[in-house]
Design a protein around this ligand. Structure first.
Ligand code: NAP
Length: 315
């Protein structure tokens, strides 16, 4: 068996992320068998029909039973209850690795860890890759290529389990970094959560304008607005759970954001072109850094042509 491979992988949730893991694991030959469960029978049926999973279950416990890797790919807010259910059914295999892909880490650790039995290694994770689409049809094998995956193992975690999961993610195409859940939540608040909040907000502001019609907003959207609408199309359940579960870090980053926005507002009010030019130049430099790091291209049609260019829908 190659490093990072498993006999039976159970995906609890087979939406965008779960189905992409299944497809990328098959591409790399990392699983003898991939099984899955979802909230609804319709999703399980679709995943089976598309050949994403070999077997489908209505119960997360039955999917997890006998699996040496269990990956929670459901919204952040339900992960604790899912693991409680699997454990109550006695379905965890001795020595199995339990991980997740949730966009928030400290809250998931608090919800999940109390239900993880001895002999099961819980290694939380978060792939920084995604799109604004949902469901099994949205998954694709290349989603994690050249993207980062953050693992947040607890201090007493089994090193071999962490190493095995790291090899698994590398096999899916990712680079892996380890950090604490708290640090993860702070970093993601500014790189993903606040940008999504701004996108949701600006789209709603445009919608609420009385003197500019919806038709005009859509017609002239190429002026910049459409780039916000792409991430504002992300799944409402997922994002509700992210904000409910990363409250402190998001509020901290929003506070800083508001201060910086006020500085720009002031510069506009007082005709301070020098400050505006400096702030915009600094922002442009950061964008160059992202392109140089291979996390995006500088193609002028960014975000409109290929799905592989998308960031962490969250992500
Ligand atoms: P998605 O496409 O909406 O899929 C969610 C899946 O979870 C669906 O299969 C859904 O089943 C299932 N589910 C919901 N409640 C469940 C429950 N109680 N028990 C079992 N399954 C349940 O969402 P996604 O984008 O893959 O996101 C999944 C996770 O990945 C989230 O925690 C999110 O934070 C994280 N993440 C997302 C992105 C992104 O860009 N989207 C990136 C990185 C990480 P039904 O279809 O039957 O409802």
């Amino acid at each position: 068996m190659k490093g990072g491979s498993f006999e039976r992988i159970a995906l609890i949730g087979v939406g965008l992320i779960g189905s992409s893991i299944a497809l990328a694991a098959r591409r790399a030959g990392l699983a003898d068998c991939v099984v899955g469960s979802a909230r609804t029978a319709a999703t399980v049926e679709t995943a089976l029909r598309l050949g994403i999973i070999d077997e489908g279950f209505s119960s997360a416990a039955e999917a997890a039973r006998g699996s040496d890797l269990v990956v929670l790919c459901a919204p952040v807010g339900v992960c604790g209850a899912i693991v409680e259910h699997i454990n109550a059914a006695g379905a965890f295999r001795e020595g199995a690795i339990l991980t997740d892909v949730g966009s928030v880490k400290a809250a998931i650790v608090a919800d999940v860890a109390p239900h993880v039995p001895n002999g099961v290694h819980f290694v939380p994770g978060h792939p920084i890759a995604g799109t604004e689409q949902s469901g099994p049809e949205a998954g694709f094998a290349e989603l994690f290529d050249n993207r980062w995956c953050i693992l947040t193992p607890p201090a007493n975690c089994d090193d071999a389990a962490v190493g095995r999961l790291q090899s698994f993610w590398e096999g899916l195409g990712s680079h892996v970094e380890l950090m604490t859940p708290e640090h993860h939540d702070l970093v993601l608040a500014i790189t993903s959560h606040v940008p999504h909040l701004i996108a949701f907000n600006i789209v709603n502001t445009a919608e609420n304008l009385e003197r500019v019609t919806d038709r005009e907003v859509i017609k002239y959207s190429a002026g910049g607005f459409r780039d916000f609408t792409r991430i504002a199309a992300s799944d409402p359940t997922m994002w509700r759970d992210v904000f409910l579960n990363n409250k402190e870090a998001v509020l901290e980053m929003l506070g800083r954001f508001s201060e910086d926005l006020t500085a720009m507002q002031r510069a506009i009010r007082f005709g301070d072109g020098e400050t505006l030019y400096r702030l915009f130049s600094e922002a442009r430099e950061l964008r160059r850094g992202i392109v140089e790091a291979g996390q995006d291209t500088d193609a002028p049609d960014f975000g409109r042509r290929g799905r592989t260019m998308d960031g962490d829908g969250d992500e």
